[in-house]
Design a protein around this ligand. Structure first.
Ligand SMILES: Nc1nc2c(ncn2[C@@H]2O[C@H](COP(=O)(O)OP(=O)(O)OP(=O)(O)O)[C@@H](O)[C@H]2O)c(=O)[nH]1
Ligand SMILES: [Mg+2]
Ligand SMILES: [Zn+2]
Length: 340
């Protein structure tokens, strides 16, 4: 049963977000109109910002091997943001039909060498969909990745395969639609509640077809489709947590003797340059550090401003600024402090 719910005012006031995947308590249900009010958001098992989704068990990071081409820097960003949310990731390399098989196995080997499971698939030919279904079974997952890599196409392909496999299906007798069989796809989009699939631009990029995160029943599990985006934000990260987001560093850092080491090949550090993403790690470290420094400068100057000015609410809601006296400079320094 589906209910259309509004969110209770108090939750908005305390800025409590309600995410796809949230478990909520609903009050004031009107069964005839199928309406209700979200009264409470129950504690989350997990939470991801990009895409915004709660309570998933794992993330499927989908990239295309071609159109758009696989970019290891982007893949690393997605992996780091998933690690920061403390969620396991499986890398799914789609459009395997567009590249020679050596290129495909090379990409798989590279990502596996980082410490992740990777699967090569094709929504167009059905390659690898059985393995992908295995990964989804009995779990709550979310797909994430750049626009146009085929996230929605993969969800559709798995659903269509399952539909074709069930003998009672009208689809099975009329032939399984493929991505090339556009009419069949359109009919199935309606009947099976499939996800809209977009064209690519001339440059082979996506057109941001999926606009919302939505939770679907796929392959005996729940899977959230999500809008593609190219740069997951690393806002929640700091230099201390970044090294935990690389399996290669985690593994090597175990034998690093230093406390609070950032593992940037400092003399004596156990983490050396002998791994393929080392340069990307250094690059991200610089980015996170720069963001951290900027935030520190900003909050310091905000404090300075707030320290010298006071806002006063006058009648009619007009706010006026007035200088705050610097109390400390007028206060006598106690003798005890002086003697210290
Ligand atoms: N050759 C080939 N094309 C594919 C494959 N999977 C998807 N496509 C095509 O890639 C384009 C984008 O597919 P979508 O499924 O809309 O991609 P998406 O990742 O959901 O994109 P957003 O919703 O914008 O994030 C479409 O033209 C698909 O037909 C594949 O395995 N092989
Ligand atoms: Mg999509
Ligand atoms: Zn170290």
């Amino acid at each position: 049963t589906e209910l259309l719910c509004t969110v209770r005012g108090i939750l908005k006031k305390i800025k409590q977000s309600v995410l796809v995947g949230d478990r909520v308590r609903v009050a004031g249900i009107d069964w005839d109109d199928r309406r209700g009010t979200v009264d409470e958001v129950l504690p989350r098992r997990s939470e991801l910002q990009d895409p915004a989704v709660a309570n998933v068990d794992q993330v499927l990071l989908v990239f295309a091997l071609e159109r758009p081409p696989l970019d290891l820097r982007t893949a690393t960003r997605f992996l780091v943001s998933t690690e920061a949310a403390d969620l396991p990731a499986t890398v799914v390399l789609n459009k395997a039909d567009l590249v020679p098989s050596e290129e495909c196995s090379q990409a798989l080997a590279e990502i596996e060498s980082w410490g992740y499971d990777a699967i090569a698939v094709s929504a167009a030919t059905g390659r690898g969909l059985d393995r992908l279904s295995e990964v989804l079974k009995g779990r709550v997952s979310v797909v994430a990745g750049p626009s146009g890599v085929g996230k929605s196409s993969l969800i559709n392909a798995i659903k269509l395969e399952a539909d074709a496999a069930s003998s009672s299906s009208a689809m099975a007798s009329s032939g399984t639609p493929t991505l090339d069989n556009w009419r069949g796809m359109q009919a199935a989009v309606e009947r099976l509640g499939l996800q809209p699939v977009g064209d690519l631009t001339n440059l082979g990029r996506g057109k941001h077809t999926t606009r919302h995160v939505s939770l679907l029943e796929v392959a005996g599990g729940l899977l959230a489709d999500s809008p593609g985006f190219n740069q997951p934000s690393l806002d929640d990260l700091n230099v201390a947590s970044l090294s935990d987001c690389f399996p290669e560093v985690r593994e090597r850092a175990e034998s690093c003797a230093f406390k609070n080491c950032q593992h940037l090949i400092e003399p004596g550090c156990a983490v050396r340059e002998d791994w393929s993403r080392h340069e990307l790690y250094v690059e991200l470290h610089e980015e996170v550090k720069a963001a951290e420094d900027l935030a520190r400068v900003r909050s310091a100057s905000k404090k300075r401003r707030e320290g010298s000015v006071r806002y006063k609410s006058a009648a009619g809601g007009v706010r006026t600024r007035e200088a705050l006296l610097d109390i400390k400079s007028h206060r006598r320094v106690s003798r005890r402090q002086v003697s210290l």
